[in-house]
Design a protein around this ligand. Sequence first.
Ligand code: 9D3
Length: 249
Amino acid sequence: MLFDVITIFPGMFEALRFGVVGKALERGLIELRAVDLRDFTFDKHRTTDDRPYGGGDGMVMKVEPVAAALAALAGGPSARKILLTPQGRPFDQALAAELAEQGRLILVCGRYEGVDERIRSYVDDELSLGDFVLSGGEVAAMALIEAVARLCPGVLGAAGAAGADSFSGSLLEHPHYTRPPEFEGRRVPPVLVSGDHAAVARWRREQSLRRTLERRPDLLDQAELGPADVEFLAAHGWGPPGRRRDHGD
Ligand code: 9D3
């Protein structure tokens, strides 16, 4: 996978040289090119923003440098062009999996109060990371790159690849513990040290269901649930979609 990023802050993408993504870059499993938008300006001050037509506060990202940067990147493998913007549709794991099938992504990072509306006609998609305010598209682009890179062949080990498949629209994870068996009066649940593998599996599944019900009941609508899961959830106050009840504990 080749990621091209168009940004006024190419240095921010150095952060991707750490961890799993950094290792994937080193091994050549993915490639990242951060393109400086200012290299596609033609005035003395290398201007990438301007005042809004119609007046008002804040500045607007200019269309010509973005169009010129996209044109310069047009060679090579075909790419999906994505603008990161608060107005985009929400990015999620299912979309990460879809994007991981592409050979190349070109990401345009918005800055300032917004981007000139005409930039939209030069991209295929507009994506947001969620309903909170960032200062620009760069951190969103980095999160997208990390989520997509993890799904590219070879980036995670065999174990990780299996786990990646099973996430989408699934349940929250069960609690995890490691040594010591007791820390400042907090004990590891005895079932985890019982050696009873079936009991451990059952406990973990029920903890996942309980947590998801408490924290993210919206995820249950898309979860793959067996009869035992539905029975457990019903006993804890969950109704199947359409006849949802309130649950107290
Ligand atoms: C405070 C400014 N807002 C006025 C109502 C609008 C606004 C403009 C530009 C809010 C954020 C931004 C910059 N954000 C992004 O470019 C961005 C973003 C985000 O802020 N949240 C979640 N996902 C994304 S993707 C790009």
